[in-house]
Write a protein of this length. Structure first.
Length: 163
């Protein structure tokens, strides 16, 4: 009996295009971003304002249809400095590191969005991230792309709002 297993490699080139519907809520949200407008969905049962919007309330399980305006300023609820570069999913270009990532509760919303934050964090490997140091509770503001496309990356990042 032969205990040796031979591996068989078969190179296959897959050329697949994925298309999916984002749903009514994300379509309206994206349309708002293209107009430099941020909107959340509010539950008529508990009053919770969801951003990013979703069709059903996680608390009440009610369908949500009431849209409310949300500011592009907010509060930093959590943050980290990332020292590993990533590829931009739209352009394929590498995002320089280090960079900040934060959970931001925009004024007028009850939930947070995860987004890039301009930061000056701890120095690591001889590199200090650009911007002021971050802390929980800090006020931040969206920095918008010049040419809006109707996508979350229309907000390039959030910057610290000096008191």
């Amino acid at each position: 009996m032969n205990d040796r297993v031979e591996r068989l490699d078969v190179p296959i080139l897959m050329d697949e295009a994925w298309h999916y519907a984002s749903g009514e809520a994300m379509e309206r949200f994206s349309t708002g971003l293209a107009a430099r407008r941020i909107e959340a969905l509010r539950c008529d049962g508990c009053g919770r304002r969801y951003l990013p919007p979703r069709p059903m309330c996680g608390n009440c399980r009610l369908r949500m249809t009431h849209w409310v305006a949300v500011d592009d300023t907010g509060t930093l609820e959590a943050w980290t400095v990332v020292h590993q570069p990533i590829l931009d999913g739209r352009t394929g270009e590498e995002r320089p590191s280090p960079y900040g990532m934060g959970l931001i509760r925009l004024d007028g919303a009850d939930t947070t969005v995860n987004h890039f934050v301009q930061t000056g964090g701890p120095r690591r490997q001889g590199v200090t991230p650009p911007g002021p140091p971050l802390f929980i509770g800090q006020r931040v503001r969206a920095v918008w792309r010049e040419e809006l496309r109707g996508a979350m990356d229309d907000i390039l990042h959030f910057e610290v709002v000096e008191p």
